[in-house]
Design a protein around this ligand. Sequence first.
Ligand SMILES: *Cc1c(COP(=O)(O)O)cnc(C)c1O
Length: 488
Amino acid sequence: MDIMFKSTRGAKELVTASQAVVKGIADDGGLFVPTAMPKIDFELSDITAFSYRELAYRVLRLVLTDYTEEELRGCIDRAYDEKFDTPLIAPLVKAGKYNFLELFHGRTIAFKDMALSILPHLLKTAAKKNGVDEEIVILTATSGDTGKAALEGFADVEGTRIIVFYPEDGVSDVQKAQMVTQKGANTCVAAIKGNFDDAQTAVKKIFTDVKLKAKLKEHGFVFSSANSINIGRLAPQIVYYFYAYTQLVNSGDIKTGDKVNFTVPTGNFGNILAGYYAKQMGLPVNKLVCASNDNKVLYDFITTGSYDIDRKFIVTVSPSMDILISSNLERLLYHLSGSTDETRRMMSELAEKGRYEFNVNDEFAAEYATVGETLDAINELYKETGYVMDTHTAVAYSAYKKYLSESGDKTPNIIVSTASPYKFAKDVLRAIDDKYDGINPFEALEVLCDVNETPVPGPIKDIDKREVIHKTVIDKDEIESFVEKILL
Ligand SMILES: *Cc1c(COP(=O)(O)O)cnc(C)c1O
């Protein structure tokens, strides 16, 4: 069955999956959602022996229905290859009584690689299928990890340019070093004086600026997005929820058909939404536990029904979750309310008043961890098991423990692990031992190596010794004019 996509905000236009991938966001500012939720057409017992690539094909073909088998397999083969440092791609690792789904084995050692290693291929294929001749300009707002993963994915990809905006003071030293040293003639990176929400809002505004889009089209450019507002990023993330499940079956922890919980460190709600899609497609999931850091707008929303961004933005040790305006929540609001009118109304209330009310159902639970609790969690698990978590994964671990003690829900749980501890080595080390307080962030990489008894991952080895290529810093109000200046 062909799945079509429509805007969450009610525009009548229906597009195919490949058209939605090229467009990134709907013309009315809404996000593309499937008009009918696809359902798995395989038995869970039949997929337990599948490789990541085979499973990716079986799942993606159900969502991206207008891609041919050859096209999809081509994209998958080019994405999930030796760029990952394990043939499992997304291994499920046990530490004590906890299961961690490690999504950080790709080129930038954060979970964004899971989708951004395939998105450029999906996009190029989509452009060809739809006769798009213009150069595709990927505009990306990043809280740290998306930027680098998108840069790696799109660097020197013919027919594309990529422009990344990151908050000057809102990313880790390693994240920043990764971005500003990015090579590739088609890459451009700028720091902005503002936070992630400022960058994301400015970028979303450009996507719906009809005049600017027309002007750029004259010059041979179209915009697309590498943020999780693009369905081409969301769809590949569904795959690893199935893959995690099969690994838990294979290890004998569960039988096929048993339900599992996932605890997901959440910012823009893209990762956990992919888990929700997996559930809707037929994966036996009981609860999706949404884990927040001190910017606990999602925790408050899920537990009280009120989404309210009128609060202080807090810079934490888990910067990729320092977000107040969580874009993919819009898709969930649409799916749960079943109404584009309702969704549009809530989104305009958010834009105008900074708040809206909606009751999320009990498929979701929510918890949060403060910076102190996050660091304690790293320390605790390391002392108990020797396993070193990054600061984002530690938020989820801490949240899961709270959930467990409050709910008593003994359903087997998988903690989604979103970054390598090396990416946040400085904070991880000071969590492990006070003596590392104030350690130089790059020296921390070498020290963590000894603590963790594994080598520094290749992608960030000697990252501080590479040439800084991107030095631009702009005001948050200059994003649009900067884009014009770069392109025209
Ligand atoms: C992006 C990111 C998150 C948040 O994921 P969302 O899909 O935005 O909810 C969590 N942890 C890390 C390390 C990330 O890079």
